[in-house]
Design a protein around this ligand. Sequence first.
Ligand SMILES: NC(=O)c1ccc[n+]([C@@H]2O[C@H](COP(=O)([O-])OP(=O)(O)OC[C@H]3O[C@@H](n4cnc5c(N)ncnc54)[C@H](O)[C@@H]3O)[C@@H](O)[C@H]2O)c1
Length: 1012
Amino acid sequence: MEGARPVRAPRGTTRTARSWQTEAPLRMLQNNLDPQVAERPDDLVVYGGTGRAARSWAAFDAMVRTLTTLKDDETMLVQSGKPVGVMRTHEWAPRVLIANSNLVGDWATWPEFRRLEQLGLTMYGQMTAGSWIYIGTQGILQGTYETFAAVAAKRAAAAGRYQDGGGTLAGTLTVTGGCGGMGGAQPLAVTLNGGVCLIIDVDAARLRRRVEHRYLDELADDLDDAIARCERAKAARRGVSVGLVGNCATVLPELLRRGVAVDIVTDQTSAHDPLSYLPEGVDVADWHAYAAARPAEFTDRARASMAKHVEAMVGFLDNGAEVFDYGNSIRDEARLGGFARAFEFPGFVPAYIRPLFCEGKGPFRWAALSGDPNDIRVTDEAILDLFPDNDHLHRWIRAAQDKVAYQGLPARICWLGQGEREKAGARFNDLVASGQISAPVVIGRDHLDCGSVASPYRETEAMADGSDAIADWPLLNALVNTASGASWVSIHHGGGVGMGRSIHAGQVTVADGTDLARQKIERVLTNDPGMGVIRHVDAGYDLATKVAKDRGLRIPMAEQERPATSLVALTEREGPSASLAALTEPEGHPASLLAQTGQKRPTASLAALPIPRGSRASFTSLWAALEPIGRHPGTGGYRRFAWTAQDAQLRDWFAAEARARGLDLTTDRAGNQWAWWGDPDAALAAGRPGVVTGSHLDSVPDGGAFDGPLGVVSAFAALDALRERGFEPSRPIGVVNFGDEEGARFGVACAGSRILTGALAPDRARGLTDADGVTMADAMARAGHDAGLLGRDAETLRRVGAFVELHVEQGRGLADLDRPVAIGSSIWPHGRWRLDLAGEANHAGTTRLADRHDPMLALAEVILTARREAGRHGCVATVGKVRVLPNGVNAIPSAVSAWLDARGPREAAVREVAAAVAAVGGGVLAEESFTGDTAFDAELVKRLAALLDDAPVLATGAGHDAGILASASIPTAMLFVRNPTGVSHSPAEHAEADDCLAGVDALTSVLADLAR
Ligand SMILES: NC(=O)c1ccc[n+]([C@@H]2O[C@H](COP(=O)([O-])OP(=O)(O)OC[C@H]3O[C@@H](n4cnc5c(N)ncnc54)[C@H](O)[C@@H]3O)[C@@H](O)[C@H]2O)c1
């Protein structure tokens, strides 16, 4: 192209422009054309076919000239790569406004665009080419890493597994095709997530190149060798990538035929263009000549091969693999090739990325204008420091430091969400201000982001409300970034998927260390991803609605009615609601006096009892601080598992709340936390052991908010209420947080209280393993707790004179009785058994019904019998876990193991249910655990009943730490708070605010009575 010459952005701290706000776009424009960055710099092409940074070299020169002299109250306007005007604006306005490749709807086609381009009237801006924030191949590697991480998270969630950051691909095999410019990022992205990747490409040179660049680990000699390498690595749970030269249309059906256990299948061959997909039977050497000479015939053959390729992908889908289209249109091409089931697997955005978009997560990137890699190193550390619990982010940053070579100005990319980006931006600005970063940093993103693009074949495919093609969103995105103080803002058409198929917007903001920049950064980096959240709220995604509420994003259409469903919402209300008004303390009638004197309460309903304002506020703020920890953005359920990062956060929360109240904090040998008001040892010496309340903070996979935490929050709130009333305890009051009550990670429920009381032997506890093979001992060590200490803790137990656990009810007892609070009398006898049923594996299609030995039939009998017998005996019974071998959709199983959980009011009845099940199953029933009836302390229950004389007394079928303490002969009782739906161990678990406060009040009275 005329005027071509090598361009490279200046480095260092000396500016050519008047300020960093204009120096930054100047350097980034030049950086996009750096030969290290751009694919064809002489033609001004940066990436993505013909994505350009400027329309012509003359236009480039004019932009450089203008930026060099532009003042801080002026704005340069760029129309498709050419500067067309400078306008007087103000210092909060962007210094550059860009519109690239936009065409009126009916004209938005490639032929029309090319005609206009020929006339010199427009240019193709792609996404980050024409908006001057391309950073080379790091972007695609990170995006691919994120996608595979989201696949891992989805698989972990489906399997009910915990994992910090949502799971890894350890122990899985991914099969994919296409090791080209973009697809070549796949093997490294899979291994960074811990998985095994088999990547197939017809072109050996493409595979070799990726080995040289360390994106691909090994090349296999042939298919047998490839399978052997992958299976070895998978069995050893090593992250390894293996390249195989071959045609996907041949190799995938063969893998399927051989029954290779593949977990994930996708593809990044250049299927979007049939001339770029090599059909079976054509040599790589003949490819381009053949395609050019007979394009129609070549297209037909390519589509026929794609139909075979996709048919095999659907075969893997039928076998239970995770299969997705990775944005290369292979489904549509296979459909055109005659395969009708091509669209049975989803595109990657609706399958994995949309939940991230609902949270405002997307590709956040930044570049160091100094050119000094150390500046990026400083920002990397800042990110690691800001988000210490995000393992997945840490893994990426460390891997990027090791594997990614900078192209042009040093830069970094990672995915951050709404609420996170502004923190990072503000920190970067502070680092520039303090000189720890040597020159300003630009902060931008891809146009492929949560709220900045309308692209019905990719980012907005299959929106919940059908709004895929509504392009108002990217336009609003550009407008709000302009209004918020971004340094340059762009609106483009056609990026990623071509003319007529997308509209998208971008922003870049400069962190120059000034206060003004900090203010702009905070607004832009809040509002820009905020667009993603509100865009998905509008489309009807519940997750986005929740995120908007948590982050305080205003949604006008939702403000007409603000129901007080959430506890947090209560504090936000201006006046007391009708129900709260009923709970305010009547003058001259302090509840504490009644309790302290041991007087009986008037027989009012608990819901109407007086609650002091202070304890209500304390309950609400305790709850608000705890609520976000461990909540999974995709499901809205909680994943708070023992000895994980979330667990550490919960423990920190507990310690901080204890400290804030001046309580003495101890951790026992089992790792349970205790916070004491008063000295338990001195009191013990005086013969007055303490009164303890509390519960646990961990959860089942995707559990509800209340199971456990309600007891701990209520404990602190009750303490606050006692203090507010001026109560002086005559024996110490303790609050306890028992670890690992749910047993979600290591399989043993109430592990913390069992180890404490000696019911679980320390050696057995240490050796328990989670789904990833990590032992409890290792997990504890990683969390900084010495597993060597595990064991019965007599010293701690002696301090506990009585224990009262408050818990949300896990059934409908109180709802049926229409009461807010109950007293627990006992925990039902409870058994768990494993039943092994043998069968004979055989083909699902060819084996006659009469010839089958199908253990699933026996299992069906078992399940029905369990239900029927439980009903007959007044018990409950569940078959909630089943293991099937080989677990294929088209195979009769060879063996089934099922777990029976049965509970009931009498041990004999529970055992009868199990015996009946064993009789029909015809297999072996092995008892895994049995706990007899656990009655709570009769005296204590009586005392509570006298105190709370309106409260019903109920037995429960759910296990609790209280049961373990009762079995260890500690006087124990429980309080239950109404759960209106009775649903528990699910995100739908609920308790109304008024009932929670009634629970706090009841607990306050109990503690006052016991510690008086
Ligand atoms: N996330 C996204 O949405 C996204 C991002 C980037 C690329 N893509 C799409 O992914 C595809 C790949 O992009 P790229 O830049 O890597 O393309 P590329 O042309 O650089 O690489 C494609 C590779 O596929 C190989 N190939 C072709 N036919 C084959 C066959 N039958 N069997 C095995 N290998 C075969 C080629 O040899 C080549 O190495 C494109 O369709 C692109 O549009 C999607």
